[in-house]
Design a binder for this molecule. Sequence first.
Ligand code: ZN
Length: 424
Amino acid sequence: MESNVDRLIPHISRLQANIEQLSTIINPSKPGWTRRPFTDEYDSGRRWLIEQMQEAGLTVSIDAASNLIGSLPGSDPALAPIMIGSHTDTVTGGGRFDGIIGVLAGIEIARLLLESGKRLRHTLQIVDFTAEEPSEFGISTIGSRGMVGNLTETMLELRDDTGLKLADAINRQGGDVSLLNIQARKPGDVALYLELHIEQGPVLEQSGNRLGAVLGIVGIHRYRVQISGAPNHAGTTPMTLRHDALAGFCEIGLAFERHCLHYAKDAVGTIGKLTNEPNASNVVPGLVRFDLEIRSLNHEISDAVYAAFADEASDIAARRGLDLSFECLSKSDAVIVKEQVLEQVLAACASVAPVISLPSGAGHDANQLARIAPIGMIFVPSKDGRSHCPEEWTDIQDVAAGTQALGEALLWFDAADLSGWQDD
Ligand SMILES: [Zn+2]
């Protein structure tokens, strides 16, 4: 086989065959390509992945959180490993690329290293993280949380609909929750975490770029807003004497959209959940409760959107004789890719295909790994921006370009001195 030490060129047909092969290991009674974690098909997928990892020269292990890890020892045992990971669980009715290409790209890179005889200085670990998608236990990124010591006792006690405890599910998957604390990786234990993922949005396709260097993963601020008016008879209450909570919501909802549009370069905002009471066709609505979220890499922008919106909403409510209350539900911090990592990921991508930098609007295992290590992510285009559906599609040439860029980045980072990157 042709060896190319300086450029790890992926074998497109092999990558494609592997994506197709894994896409057959699913639950046929579910729509799309469904492989939920902690199921028989997930086990079968794992067994197939283990074979692939072994063929790629990786030593396979399963950690306390049941993550599947393939390791390739580096020449300098004093260096912390570089990790490449993603996930092979899917949402119900999901597609063939989300998560999957990140794991298979890692295995392809390991194969290329084996075939070229190139030895890295850092140990390379390829990880299939357990249960990245929202699970039957109510939480997501279970495996990566477990790896970095962020799977709490309360989470381990969570039960699915059948009464199974998360701790038992992890143990059945080959993990050992009694070892979670001992194995939890701390800052410095991983030199760098890299992940290739589909964009799950339309930006790369629309802009004609084939690769995306991820600037960071947005933080999410969620609020609950309640609008209280006066429920009354829809026939006998004159228009001028109403305190209609739903009419007030319409104006307030549009104000929210306008404030988000004002910051459209740096933030997105959504009202995705709404209740209307009493929700009867012959009653003027008395109460509307809705949840809104604002996502941005910059929490100051999220706060600015919210403050401008809350001001205007208060004015609208006062004018309409409605009571308004706000409650902050949660604020998660954004993950920002370090400048040194971003610069090199951009350069690696640019050497392969047209690239732009962009934020990730969705969460990933990288969110958890960022607690202990610098992270870098590469996106490849999603056709029509679609994902978490059977139509999810990424051209194999783009998967290959992303894999090649990931390999380029890996070689550069392996040659660099990564110590100290954790702290700045
Ligand atoms: Zn994913």
